[in-house]
Design a protein around this ligand. Structure first.
Ligand SMILES: [Zn+2]
Length: 90
């Protein structure tokens, strides 16, 4: 069955792989002219590998924007300390 590609667990996995690939691609980005940060020629094998992995797993996340998000993230609580500096008392 091809249902694995639509399961939430697989999406979580794919999302994690994309995030991990992002980290590795940052580590293996170009640091100088044609040089990777690992010291090899850019793009090095690692860079190319993780670029492929990220492209591969991203395709499973593309249709996510069309699905109904049940859980919406809560907005962060704004701090309300704005009333603490009355400046015109003189
Ligand atoms: Zn590298």
């Amino acid at each position: 069955m091809g249902a694995i590609y639509t399961s939430a667990a697989f999406r979580e996995y794919a999302r994690a792989q994309v995030a991990y690939a992002d980290i590795l691609l940052t580590k293996h980005s170009e640091s100088a002219l044609s040089l990777c940060r690992c010291g090899r020629l850019h793009p090095c094998d690692e860079h190319r590998h993780w670029l492929e992995m990220r492209t591969h797993f991203r395709q499973f996340l593309v249709d996510e924007q069309y699905s109904n998000e049940v859980q919406q993230p809560h907005p962060p609580n704004p701090t309300t300390n704005d009333l603490s500096t009355p400046d015109d008392l003189a």
